[in-house]
Design a protein around this ligand. Structure first.
Ligand code: HAM
Length: 425
């Protein structure tokens, strides 16, 4: 038997109902905030990710699915979507008429991490990205929007962690202070950190090795080295969130795992998934559009971990409900079977979830099946009922029965089900 590859999984019908709820709620909310959907390829040139996420990051150093295509170009299954959204924004000159663009995209990402609960090698993200606005109000608005989404989904035990990572003006002083600190602690750091510390000292701060975490407890923080501009920006983000009633924690240790961030960085964290605590993460990336050969353009965004969000919701509320048929038509006999098929299709075309039998099973077996499927009603169509022009429509819950003429049952059935309010969405 061929099975899925380690870290890859099927999202089965029992789960997709919940996934659809999340997707609908998110896209509705994002569109109310002026976002438009964009769909992007899952494979890009490797260079796109190396240049944006950063050469000296876990993702680029060890987690990307990269392979040469037949002509030898290195291509990569996208480990995240921001780089692709930026590439698309530049490639299609979306900034030309109006630099302000709000885009969202939903789809699979690929990272070759060690699989565990809440961590997969193919996982899904819901991304939202805003181009062309440097105001801190938009930073607050994205966090507000995430907060609202989680509220609408009924999740309350999530916490927004926010930090500021500074900008090219204040970064050099911070880097120097961090490097001085790291040099003193060098003996206690893992080989990865000592290797990375000169090239990209910030990365040592998100090292997961417990000894490094301990050694870096007193490390200098970006917040202590912000320039005036970054400091004002961060203050406005915080006061705006307060004014809008969004709870948050200032988390000086939050550095994120990708290199493109500047100023505001944030994560929405949960305690429900053990080590994989981030349900969403994002931040400002004001330099990235220019770095990828576009114009100077401020930008900010986030990605929600779809799989993790679904898992938190399932823990809290149980699995989503599989949609049951509104009607199950029970044909008894050859003549009835064709009619049942034609009626059932007609009902499907008119928006009624109708099912029927194709195998000529007995009334008893089909009643059992209708019950198992959770059908709201059954329509019994035997030769007798056809001869008498009186089909039996039975409410599976109340057991009430009505007769419906067999020469034209469709409109009658729709009327009865609609009047009873049993056609479900
Ligand atoms: P990220 O923090 O790498 O950021 O990923 C965002 C979210 O994706 C995480 O918080 C987590 O919920 C989910 N996630 C990441 N890796 C996995 C995995 N292996 N299995 C399951 N879920 C996972 C980014 O990707 C940035 N592009 C976010 C962003 C958008 N920043 C600005 N705009």
């Amino acid at each position: 038997m061929i099975q899925t590859i380690r870290g890859f999984r099927d999202i089965l019908p029992g789960d997709t109902a919940l996934w659809q709820t999340i997707e609908k709620t998110a896209s509705q909310l994002f569109e109310d905030f002026g976002f438009q959907e964009i769909r992007l390829p899952v494979i890009e040139k490797t260079e796109l990710f190396a240049r944006s996420i950063g050469e000296v990051t876990d993702i680029v150093e060890k987690e990307m699915y990269t392979f040469p295509d037949r002509k030898g170009t290195n291509i990569t299954l996208r480990p995240e979507a921001t780089a692709s959204v930026v590439r698309s924004y530049i490639q299609h000159k979306m900034y030309a008429a109006d630099p302000i663009k709000k885009l969202y995209t939903i789809g699979p990402m690929f990272r070759r991490e060690r699989p565990q609960k809440g961590r997969y090698r193919q996982f899904y993200q819901i991304n939202a990205e805003v181009f062309g606005i440097s105001s801190p109000f938009i930073d607050a608005q994205l966090i507000l929007m995430l907060n609202e989404l989680f509220k609408r989904l009924g999740l309350t035990d999530l916490t927004a962690h926010i930090n500021s990572l500074g900008c090219p003006e204040c970064r050099p002083t911070f880097h120097q202070a961090l490097l001085d600190f790291l040099t003193k602690k060098k003996d206690r750091l893992c080989s990865n950190c000592t290797r990375r510390m000169d090239k990209n000292p910030l990365r040592t701060l998100d090292c997961k090795v417990p000894e490094c975490r301990e050694a870096l407890k007193e490390a200098p923080t970006t917040l202590d080295h912000l320039c005036g501009g970054c400091s004002d920006h961060f203050d406005t983000v915080k006061t705006t969130l307060e004014k809008q009633g969004v709870d948050f924690i200032v988390d000086k240790t939050l550095v994120r795992g990708l290199d493109y961030y500047s100023r505001t960085a944030f994560e929405i964290q949960t305690t429900a998934l053990g080590a994989q605590s981030a349900v969403a993460g994002g931040g400002r990336y004001d330099a990235l559009v220019k770095e990828l050969d576009g114009p100077e353009m401020p930008a900010i965004g986030f990605a929600i971990g779809f799989d993790r969000l679904a898992e938190v919701m399932e823990q809290l509320k149980g699995p989503g409900k599989v949609k049951a048929p509104d009607l199950f038509i029970i044909p008894l006999g050859e003549r009835a079977m064709e009619k049942a098929y034609l009626w059932s299709s007609k009902l499907n075309l008119k928006g009624v979830r109708s099912e029927t039998d194709y195998a000529g099973k007995s009334l008893k077996a089909l009643m059992k099946r209708a019950d198992k499927l959770g059908a709201g009603h059954v329509l019994i169509a035997g030769d007798k009922e056809l001869d008498e022009n009186a089909l039996v429509l039975r409410d599976m819950k109340t057991r009430d029965q009505t007769t419906v003429p067999s020469d034209d049952p469709i409109d009658n059935i729709i009327k009865i089900l609609t009047d009873k309010g049993t056609i479900r969405d």
